[in-house]
Design a binder for this molecule. Structure first.
Ligand code: ZN
Length: 472
């Protein structure tokens, strides 16, 4: 892998000027002012809405995109077919959008060449058969110096068909507020960042505020969670904050009628941790060092249709490849991720939400990487050892911080841009070299279509198809 590291260094330098993956995934791009003049779709695409099935029964993923000269907006949210829940979600989204529009009004004319960004995305956690949490993150950029990140977690009880809010579950007495404060302090002392940056008096003000509705409180699989926005109870360096209250403490704070959610969610705790430490990794095959080698890599999936088509084509050529998956998609397509691993391919980490790591705090990076690793392990039983930073955007400090092998690429097919199978293949032919790492995306049907010809060509040239870990 030494050679690989060397290549990576070069590519990082190149990547800095090219932003090669920039527009691959509109819905999760948090940075949009750079490199977009390269994107021919920019002026054509105005508005689109797509519906995908999620991995959870009865829940769809809706993605709405608006893309104009001055605005890059993407909104992704769940639709449950339960009106009371869907209405509450829509109301929340509308409120976020109004907040954004209000900020925009301060700028009558946008600074030239700048786009405003509204990016709302979410993650789902299934607490038990009936209770889901939707963890929303909104990133807004309205030409100011910094963007704004806002968080909100909603709990949806699909059986009783209602949204549960923090104020519903918290048993709000003076005694409980005191207890709650102590628990949060206890958590903060153990947490490296929080112990440094916590504003204790802000926390005290928050807990004592008569109008505190505790709407940032939610149920997790391990107990209770509490989310605070940036600057709310800690210095900006700590970013947004999640406090975790373990099950035995959480029980004391929750109203009797909601403790059932805690009870059913606490089953699997120790078992999960044990699995993580014992997890196996991808098994490298014995590779003939004399042959020419190529590592095909597929990013941003899994996709319920295209990924599976790609697997079939790879099988025909006895080819193994590497799939850098996004955690938020693994959540929905667990079975597809499992299938990829079972058919002998390597799975790498491509973050939960596809943010630009160079804009995140280490704590946020840690959450992006470790949650994705958890999901990969959950789906496949294997612990990934390689990661690819979204957009190839990283630096030495980030690579040192993440305890995995960073892998970029040596040939970019730009398959997200030219959705034309012939162009994808031509880019490979023109740039092909021994030990190439080829970047493609398994979320595009055209990439799946291009693959048979690519494999035919590369095998006729004598290349052996290996995973990134199998390259020297
Ligand atoms: Zn990507």
């Amino acid at each position: 892998m030494k050679k690989l590291m060397y290549l990576i260094t070069i590519i990082i330098i190149l990547g800095a000027c090219q932003s090669p993956e920039k527009m691959e995934q509109n819905t999760s791009s948090v940075k949009g002012s750079q490199g977009e003049e390269n994107n021919p779709e920019k002026t054509e695409q105005k508005e689109s809405k797509s519906i995908e099935e999620s991995n959870y029964p009865g829940i769809d993923i809706i993605t709405e995109i608006e893309d104009t000269e001055t605005l890059n907006a993407s909104t992704q949210y769940p639709e449950t077919a339960v009106d009371s829940i869907d209405d509450a979600i829509k109301q929340y989204i509308e409120a976020e959008r109004n907040h954004f529009n209000k900020q925009l009004e301060d700028f009558e004319v946008p600074p030239s060449g700048q786009e405003a960004i509204f990016n709302l995305s979410y993650e789902t956690e299934r607490i038990n058969d009936n209770l889901y949490t939707f963890d929303f993150t909104t990133y807004m950029f309205t030409y100011g110096a910094n963007g704004e990140t806002r968080k909100n977690i909603m709990m949806a009880d699909v059986k009783d068909q209602e949204i549960i809010e923090g104020q519903d579950i918290f048993d709000d007495t003076a005694e409980n507020r005191k207890l709650f404060y102590d628990y949060i302090l206890e958590y903060a002392e153990e947490d490296e960042d929080l112990s440094l940056y916590l504003f204790e008096d802000e926390l005290k003000k928050w807990i004592e505020a008569p109008d505190n509705d505790f709407n940032n409180l939610y149920i997790t699989k391990e107990g209770l969670g509490l989310s605070f926005n940036e600057y709310e109870i800690a210095a900006g360096a700590a970013g947004s904050i999640e406090v975790k209250i373990p099950f035995d403490q959480a029980q004391n704070l929750v109203k009797e009628e909601y403790t059932r959610f805690l009870e059913t969610s606490n089953v699997d705790d120790g078992a999960q941790e044990q699995r993580d430490t014992e997890a196996e990794v991808y098994t490298e095959r014995a590779i003939d060092q004399q042959t020419k080698k190529v590592a095909l890599t597929f990013d941003d999936g899994p996709h319920p249709e295209h990924t599976l088509n790609i697997l079939d084509t790879l099988d025909e050529y006895d080819a193994k490849a590497t799939f850098f998956m996004q955690g938020k998609r693994i959540e929905y397509y667990m079975d597809v991720a499992k299938e990829v691993a079972e058919r002998g391919h390597e799975i790498g980490n491509h973050s939960m939400n596809h943010p630009d790591f160079t804009t995140l705090s280490f704590k946020q990076i840690d959450i992006e990487v470790s949650r994705t690793n958890q999901l990969i392990m959950q789906a496949t039983g294997l612990k990934p050892t390689v990661f690819r930073p979204p957009y190839g955007s990283t630096n030495e400090e980030i690579n040192n911080f993440i305890d995995m092998e960073p892998v970029l690429w040596t040939i970019d097919t730009e398959d997200w841009k030219n959705k034309d199978p012939n162009i994808i293949e031509k880019r490979i032919r023109v740039n092909m070299h021994d030990d190439a790492i080829i970047l493609m995306h398994d979320i595009h049907g055209t990439t799946a279509q291009a693959l048979p010809d690519i494999l035919e060509y590369l095998s006729s040239e004598g290349y052996e198809f290996v995973t990134v870990s199998e390259l020297d």
